[in-house]
Design a protein around this ligand. Structure first.
Ligand code: AQP
Length: 339
């Protein structure tokens, strides 16, 4: 049986359009921090199988796949120390997802709030894949027996489901400890970056309003303009973080400032107490340029050389397959498949 002795991290980002600051702060930046921890093996995927749970234009999907890979590389994910690859290049994800579909229960999936949010009133017209998305996510993680999963706060419920599926598999097939129960890595001031125009909604790729988010492909000038146009109110910055609870847009900007400067929200509030947004927003814009500018520039450089990205993704798929295949083989043996 295959064993994982050290910390093994797995995560992914969908190659859907408009990769944004939330994806960066909630996930991608974490990927780099974890890669730099000792005794930690990191596997980062561009999850294109997830992307097709809603309709995609094939040419755009291909381009966006490279865009996510470029974001990983530009943010500092090292393709030698970490494995970077595309999900559909490793068939074990889809194979394990089928097995886990037969372990997961309908009732578990029916409780998933993301499906309800994404399907809205059109659940009957949604793809079966959209409903089944969390099982594929469990398969992504368990294909590598990953022990830790860095994600934004919106994925917390899916991670809990992955743990339930892993535990149920271990029990049903009497293979105690076969799949580790993956630990979520969620937290910090930017676990849920909110929409710049409506602080009650999360920053999202699919929001039709471009000024609701900072895209990683925005120019520095556009980013600065979006920060300056971000919705706020007429009050000055508060004296205490508790006062941010009733001011979601301000809370969001303070959270972004905290995440980009490596401070707590309390420290940011203390620094700006009583200041107006005419003071705070330019400081936030300067900080964003300093913290994100190099990544945005580097992303554009990677995107100008698609052959280099493709070579990295191909090599990554070989490495991912080498880890996944023995685990899939053991899984099939536990299920009782003939070989
Ligand atoms: N607003 C956010 N704040 C913090 N983290 C976020 N993530 C997404 N939005 C935020 C995290 O980014 C990672 C990749 O997300 P994804 O591409 O797999 O899917 P998503 O969560 O569906 O992304 P979006 O932007 O919200 O897209 P749509 O509009 O399609 O719903 C994940 O770790 C996620 O938690």
């Amino acid at each position: 049986m295959t064993n994982v002795s050290k910390k093994r991290v797995f995560s992914g980002v969908q190659p859907t359009a408009n990769l944004h600051l939330g994806n960066y702060l909630g996930a991608i930046r974490r990927f780099v921090e974890l890669q730099n921890e000792p005794a930690t093996e990191c596997i980062y995927c561009v999850v294109d199988l997830h992307a097709i749970t809603v309709p995609q234009d094939p040419e755009k999907l291909r381009a966006q796949t490279r865009e996510v890979a470029a974001a990983y590389l530009a943010a500092g994910v090292d393709p030698v120390r970490s494995v970077i690859f595309v999900q559909s290049n490793v068939s074990a994800h889809a194979e394990l997802a089928w097995i886990l579909n037969c372990v997961a229960r309908m009732g578990w999936l029916e409780r998933m709030t993301q499906f309800k949010d994404k399907a809205g009133k059109n659940a009957e017209r949604s793809s079966v894949g959209l409903f089944d998305y969390p099982v594929l996510m469990a398969a992504d993680i368990l294909t590598y027996k990953a022990t830790h999963v860095p994600v934004g706060d919106d994925q917390k419920q899916h991670l809990e489901l992955s743990r339930d599926i892993a535990a149920r598999f271990n029990t049903d097939f009497k293979v105690d400890g076969f799949f580790p129960l993956p630990e979520p890595i969620i937290g910090g001031p930017a676990a849920r970056v909110m929409n710049l125009q409506d602080g009650t909604k999360k920053m999202s790729k699919s929001d039709p309003a471009d000024n609701s988010r900072i895209n990683l492909t925005d120019s520095v000038d556009v980013m600065v303009k979006k920060i300056k146009k971000a919705k706020t109110d007429t009050l000055p910055m508060p004296a205490h973080v508790d006062e941010l609870k009733s001011r979601p847009e301000v809370d969001n900007l303070v959270s972004i400032y905290a995440a980009l400067s490596g401070q707590t929200k309390e420290q940011v509030v203390a620094e700006f107490v009583g200041a107006g947004f005419g003071v705070f927003k330019p400081r936030l814009a300067d900080l964003a340029v300093e913290a994100l500018g190099p990544t945005m520039t580097s992303m554009a450089t990677y995107l100008a050389d698609p052959a280099q990205i493709d070579a990295i993704l191909r090599a990554g798929a070989d490495r991912a397959n080498a880890i996944a295949q023995p685990i899939l083989k053991d899984t099939k043996a536990a299920v009782g498949f003939w070989s």
